[in-house]
Write a protein that binds this ligand. Structure first.
Ligand code: FAD
Length: 484
């Protein structure tokens, strides 16, 4: 009979590594003994459903010690809004584990020290976790695997596909979405998700010290998080309830309209692994435009996996020497939603208040910062990283480099979104602007995206930070210099 751990982890999305498989003679003797506890190490995969590593541990029959190690979340949970989310997600996860008789062990420090230390202290027979697709964490995990003195099993589950699986005809990674998507459709059969791991009837694990979730200090010290709490329910139950309530029949038509809930708002739940992407894939069924967005997510992770340097450098090398400007006052006005361009300001205020911004508006505000204001995409990426509840290294880098014209399959630099046209097209009655920029609420539809043309220009709303036409010409000329 196949090893249960291997059975639960389908080949297309899973890697199984064990010291036995790698043939390390010193470690062959440490075959998992049933009574030796299994250590399951969680990071941004805080769920009980469709978690192959937890399921493998449960099927192994040994007592389970679930471990979470916090070291600042570099690359996946560093920002203030992310940390707010993480706190609540950890509380919810810890409660769910307690319901099935497991106690989450929380530690602060470097996982390279702590994971082997905890494994040793419980005399673990097996350590298991879900693979992290970004290269920095994957390399760290490989070092941890080497340092462990017992077998290790690592599983896929963070993405729909294994980032090594899809290659161009010449064996390289893809840089353009459409052929990537075609290849994905040909080669990836997204596995059905499994349910909750069978955790009943396991022996109690040894008691082991844990820090409290509160002591990680993830919550803000000044209360700016009310808006976030109004909008979101972090944790697996919140994710599953959002998934159960999805109505995506009109997704293709509605996904670009920021004033309505036309998208799933699953991004933070996906980022923190409270629901698996393959479960979302199967629940939404054949709604191709939605599934396509999930594949964009895999594409962004494919890129950061193969081009890890792009976390702070442009994929298109000519942009290394781009003449970006730096003006702290302008940056602050953009961050606060005080640029004088209503659609931009509405987006930035939605972000500040809710920790999330509609995708169409993310594209507009990112284009505005990089092209109208000529600020580097890194400034925008950093602000998003701090303020988005779904801040995700791969998606954020990808989105910013796309908007700034310097990434894979990017919007060419010379295509500059016109904020007035974008507003009129996607928010024709100004409902989105009226909600987030109340100073403009009384303006008629025809001027709401150009308030400076109104008969009564609202006094408490700023004049445009730059003239659209001049800013456009300045951006094109900077681009021309780089090309030359
Ligand atoms: C400048 C910029 C920065 C961005 N930063 C992030 C980020 O840090 N984290 C993040 O999750 N998304 C980011 N995105 C992508 C996108 O805006 C969000 O994923 C989306 O708005 C989330 O809302 P939703 O869950 O309702 O999306 P839906 O429309 O319901 O899409 C479903 C899921 O598909 C994925 N997805 C959708 N669009 C994209 C995309 N363009 N790229 C990659 N994945 C996508 C997300 O996981 C999303 O939850 C960014 C986009 C831009 C333009």
């Amino acid at each position: 009979m196949a090893d249960p751990a291997e059975r639960v982890a389908p080949a297309s999305v899973c890697h199984v590594h064990s010291h036995q498989a790698q043939g390390s003679p010193g470690k062959i003797s440490s075959i998992p003994a049933p009574m030796h506890p299994t250590l399951v190490w969680f990071e941004n995969d805080l769920r009980l459903h469709d978690h192959p590593a937890l399921e493998a541990a449960a099927r192994g029959g040994a007592p389970i010690v679930p471990l979470f190690v916090w070291n600042g979340g570099d690359g996946w949970g560093k920002g203030a809004a992310s940390q707010w989310w993480l706190h609540h997600s950890l509380v919810a996860f810890s409660d769910s584990l307690a319901d099935v008789g497991l106690s989450l062990v929380v530690r602060r420090g470097d996982p390279e020290t702590i994971v082997p230390e905890v494994a040793r202290s419980i005399n673990a027979g097996l350590v298991t976790w879900l693979e992290r697709p970004d290269t920095a964490r994957a390399e760290r995990d490989s070092r941890i695997e080497k340092a462990l003195e017992c077998p290790v099993r690592r599983f896929g589950g963070a993405l729909l596909h294994d980032p090594e699986q899809i290659r161009t005809g010449s064996g390289g990674p893809y840089k353009v979405f459409t052929p990537f998507y075609r290849k994905f459709a040909e080669e990836v059969a997204v596995e059905k998700p499994s349910g909750v791991a069978p955790l009943d009837g396991l022996e109690s694990p040894p008691s082991i010290d844990s820090e409290s979730i509160d002591s990680l200090g993830l919550l803000p010290t000044i209360p700016w998080d009310e808006g976030l709490a109004e909008c979101w329910t972090p944790g697996e139950a919140g994710a599953r309830s959002r998934l159960a309530d999805l109505e995506l029949e009109d997704y293709a038509e509605e996904r670009d309209i920021p004033s309505i809930e036309g998208t799933s708002r699953l991004s933070p739940h996906l980022h923190f692994g409270e629901v698996s992407p393959r479960e979302v894939w199967h629940v939404v069924g054949n709604i191709e435009p939605y599934r396509r967005q999930l594949v964009w997510r895999d594409f962004a992770h494919h890129l950061i996996h193969h081009f890890p340097e792009t976390r702070d450098r442009p994929l298109r090398k000519e942009f290394e020497s781009f003449p970006w400007r730096r003006d702290d006052e302008e940056l602050a006005r953009w961050q606060k939603g005080q640029t004088g361009y209503p659609i931009v300001d509405a987006g930035m205020r939605q972000l500040w208040h809710t920790g999330w911004m509609h995708n169409r508006v993310r594209m507009v505000v990112a284009s505005f910062l990089t092209k109208h204001l000529l600020h580097t995409w890194l400034d925008g990426q950093a602000w998003f990283e701090d303020t988005l509840v779904d801040a995700d290294l791969a998606n954020n880098v990808f989105g910013w480099q796309w908007a700034g014209g310097c990434g894979a399959d990017a919007q060419p630099f010379f295509r500059i979104f016109n904020p007035m046209t974008q507003g009129k097209k996607f928010d024709p009655k100004g409902a989105y602007v009226r909600k987030w920029v109340p100073e403009l609420a009384d303006l008629p539809n025809k001027v709401i995206h150009e308030p400076w043309t109104a008969d009564n220009v609202p006094e408490n709303y700023p004049a445009p930070i730059v003239d659209h036409k001049e800013a456009r010409e300045r951006a094109l000329s900077a681009y021309q210099k780089t090309r030359n």
